[in-house]
Design a binder for this molecule. Structure first.
Ligand code: ATP
Length: 266
C-alpha cells in the first residue's frame, strides 16, 4: 500500500506566508510535504523561527495554508477538529474548576452522559497518576501536575491525534524526564497519532519514532531521522548517543546556515 492511502496526516505542498510588521511578505513554511502514519509519534525540532509552531497550527486547523493542503483522514483540514486535541506549554486549565472538573470539560462539551463522563474522567486521571488530586484546583498543583491534568483532559475524549507544542518546556528537568516516560507509556497504551514540537533534541530522540529537523528562512524540512531504537530508550545507551550525535551535527549545521543567512541579510 502506498503512503497516499496509509497516511493519517498528509501535507501537500503546504506553504504559509505572513505579512511582517514591516509589511514584508514572509514565508513561515515553504511548500512542504510530509506524511504521518496513524499511531505514529513524530517530533518536530529546529532553530527558533523555522516554522514548527506554524506547522503544527496548520495541522491542527488553527491556521490555513496560503497554498497547498493539510489532509487528515482523507479530508482537507480547514478548521480545528474535536477529534484532534492540542496541548500547549501553558496548560490552559480552567482555574475555577477542580482537576476532575477540568478533565470532565471536554466530555461535557461533547454531551457525554454524566455518569459515563465521570467514569471516563476518573479512569483518565488514574492513567496519568492523579486520582489523589481530583478535588484540587489548578493553583494547588505543581507545573508537572498541571500538565498531567491537561494531558488527561485531552485523553479523556479519546482523540485520534494529539498535537503537542513544547508541552514540557516550562518544567524542571526531573519532571520533564518523568513526563516523557509517562507520555510514552500512555502512547503505547492508547496509540494516538502524536505530533510533538520541542527545542530539546534529547527529548525528540527519547520520544519520536521519527524526528523531523526543520530549517528557517524559509521554514522547511532539512532532514527526517528514523529513530530505530526500542523502548524504553536509555539516554545513556550507546545507540542513543549515535542518534544524538547525528541530530546534533545536523542541527548545528542548520543553525550555522541560519546565522550566516541572517548576517548576510543585515
Ligand atoms: N501571526 C504571525 N504573523 C507574522 N509572522 C508570523 C506569525 N506567526 C509566525 N510568524 C513568523 O513565521 C516564522 C515561523 O514562526 P514559528 O513561530 O512557526 O517558528 P518556531 O519554529 O515555532 O519558532 P520558536 O521555536 O521560536 O517558537 C517566524 O519568522 C515568525 O516571525
Amino acid at each position: 500500500m502506498s503512503s497516499e492511502t496509509t497516511a493519517k496526516i498528509r501535507l501537500r505542498e503546504v506553504e504559509k506566508r505572513f505579512v511582517s510588521a514591516r509589511g514584508e511578505d514572509q514565508i513561515a513554511v515553504a511548500r512542504l510535504d510530509l506524511d504521518i502514519r496513524a499511531g505514529e509519534f513524530v517530533c518536530l525540532v529546529g532553530p527558533s523561527g523555522c516554522g514548527k509552531t506554524t506547522l503544527i497550527n496548520l495541522m491542527a486547523g488553527f491556521e490555513k495554508p496560503t497554498t497547498g493542503e493539510v489532509i487528515i483522514d482523507g479530508k482537507v483540514a480547514t478548521a480545528p477538529d474535536p477529534d484532534h486535541i492540542m496541548i500547549f506549554q501553558d496548560y490552559g486549565l480552567y482555574p475555577w474548576r477542580t482537576v476532575l472538573g477540568n478533565v470532565l470539560f471536554g466530555l461535557q462539551a461533547r454531551k457525554v452522559p454524566a455518569a459515563e463522563a465521570r467514569e471516563k474522567a476518573l479512569a483518565t486521571l488514574e492513567l496519568v497518576g492523579l486520582s489523589h488530586a481530583k478535588d484540587k484546583h489548578p493553583h494547588e498543583l505543581s507545573g508537572g501536575m498541571k500538565q498531567r491534568v491537561s494531558i488527561a483532559r485531552a485523553l479523556a475524549v479519546e482523540p485520534s491525534v494529539l498535537f503537542m507544542d513544547e508541552p514540557f518546556a516550562a518544567l524542571d528537568a526531573f519532571t520533564r524526564l518523568h513526563l516523557q516516560d509517562e507520555l510514552l507509556r500512555i502512547w503505547n497504551e492508547k496509540k494516538p497519532t502524536v505530533v510533538f514540537v520541542t527545542h530539546d533534541l534529547d527529548e525528540a530522540i527519547t520520544l519520536g519514532e521519527r524526528v523531523v529537523l526543520m530549517a528557517p528562512r524559509p521554514g522547511r524540512i532539512q532532514r527526517i531521522l528514523d529513530v530505530k531504537l526500542a523502548h524504553p530508550r536509555e539516554r545513556t545507551d550507546h545507540d542513543f548517543a549515535v542518534f544524538r550525535k547525528q541530530l546534533f551535527e545536523e542541527f548545528h549545521l542548520v543553525h550555522r546556515q541560519a546565522a550566516e543567512a541572517a548576517e548576510y541579510a543585515i
